[in-house]
Design a protein. Sequence first.
Length: 418
Amino acid sequence: MGSYTITMFKYFALISFLTISLNSIGRTIVVAPGKSSVLKNTILQAADGDTLLVQKGIYKEQDILVAKKLVIIGQGFPTIDGDHKGQLIVVTRDSVTISGLQLQNTGRSSMTDMAAIRLQNVQFARVVNNRLVNNTYGVYLQNSHYCLVYNNTISADAKDELNSGNGIHAWKSTHLLIQSNKIKGHRDGIYFEFVTDSRILYNTSDKNIRYGLHFMFSHQDVYTHNTFADNGSGVAVMYSKKVEMYNNTFRHNWGDASYAILLKEITDSKIEHNLFAKNTVGIYMEGTSRIDVRHNEFVENGWAMRVQASCDNNTFEKNNFLSNSFDVATNGTMMLNIFNNNYWDKYDGYDLDKNKIGDVPYYPVSMYSVVTERIPGAMILYRSFLTDVMDQVEKLMPSVVPDQLKDNNPMMKSWKLR
């Protein structure tokens, strides 16, 4: 993880640069509620470098344009209420800070992605310590770079995908830092499309309709120490490369088509030191190549992993598989991936030379998982006497289970990973 550590050092340096002070070098202007469009009018009168101290109260305003280099600080979380009529704050100037506000009730539109805060074609913007409530989109970053979204609470009550937006939505951006936010109730908690060289750290994304985190065509990104729980699915990484996924928790992403991580057409990436607990599927892989899956713990999932036949040159090493209904499933007979030194709690082999490695290989694909992959309705017989008989017969006379999918060096004891 050497390159990862060096990269993270650069990002911690960026945090320090962006958060040293919320004070500017210009005037300090106090904004109090009362008059109509008081925030808009104050911004029109302000100059680059000014600080706006927004007093506690309710401001019924929409489409507040920030085209000046301002610091906007709320005191006691003043509420900017869009009254369901438009966007709230649109930033079009570099180095703007927005902190300490409650922003709520954007409008909804089929033509415009209505956001509480939109960063549009800017650099070094900071969105820090805000509460975003009942908005279509929370924070929307459009063609923006070196921006910080830190320690915000972003919540909505989305009912369906069509009429909802994402908590944090980033498009065509670079060098973003998304850290320590709490996001729930949106379509996707965090959405990246054409976003590169960015970091997602220490966020909690739960109870979102579709994904806790969604990547599309986004390369060289890292997400670490996040929690994804009770989402439609945990994380989807699609059509991307060089994505690093470390120290995350995926818990109870459960449903007919739910995954903790869905990987589709991604290459040269890493999944390490994560916890997958009580998900329908821990990792689903389709069309993936050169993915390192190491030092992860899979506990009480329906399927720990579903590795489709379209995957190749992936390495699964030093993981723990504990109390999963099925450890591995696949839809093919050939296996072009490597399984090595994993701990499988279903392994019933022996270790005569006492080197803590099983003397016979472990085949993690059970006959019943092969049957259910081909005939999903067969799951109705799961945990019946018939399934036990089928698996025992397959062990004696292997014929259905892919014989190339095996761990030649299964561990006799679980790894201490967390």
